[in-house]
Design a protein around this ligand. Sequence first.
Ligand SMILES: C[S@@+](CC[C@H](N)C(=O)[O-])C[C@H]1O[C@@H](n2cnc3c(N)ncnc32)[C@H](O)[C@@H]1O
Length: 204
Amino acid sequence: MADWIPPEPLVQRAPHLVKGALNGSLILEQPRYRAEVERLQAFLEAPGPVALEVGVDHGTVLIAHARERQDWRWIGLDVRRRKIAKAAPHAPDNALPWAADARTVFALALPAARLDRIDILFPTPVTNPRHMLFTPGFIADLRRALRPGGVVTVASDVPGLFAWIAEGFADWEAAEAPWRGEVRSRRERVCRRDGIPVQWGHWR
Ligand SMILES: C[S@@+](CC[C@H](N)C(=O)[O-])C[C@H]1O[C@@H](n2cnc3c(N)ncnc32)[C@H](O)[C@@H]1O
């Protein structure tokens, strides 16, 4: 497979609106989603460290982490509603799986300096610029959401995508890999099975 190259960036006509699935930022103003944002805010009111995983798929890593580390709270985002609906019944009380676009959530729903950890495992190597996750704006939103010393982890088996992401974190500090449990994500299991190299980045 040819390596990934970034799609041409979108011309942002209304910078206050976040591009994304589910109509981007406007979605959170609808009553149905307002309730979901309030649920997030209530979840974040409890004291203690908070981790957020982007692109949780069926939530296997999220749920395993939440079961093992009950002193943390774990938020899991995925744009695919059906996957989140399957994960939700298995989530313990300290986990919040949420069907939402991470770009919208980071830009509009998360308070500043509340997260201790953000994991983005095997982000999709998109070709449509509308679906781009790692834009400079998104990386700025990650920075805003983290507490001082909080760590972003990214894993990818797509060298061109990883290089693009690493460039976005060029002015961050390299960090130690945070703790993780034994359960591996679907893509990581495929990479292990097929001997595909995976690159990891940890930045604070
Ligand atoms: C390549 S899959 C990797 C899934 C899983 N993390 C793994 O390692 O197997 C990427 C996942 O990210 C989700 N995703 C893509 N863009 C997203 C976004 N903007 N916000 C939240 N989830 C997103 C996709 O629906 C998909 O489940």
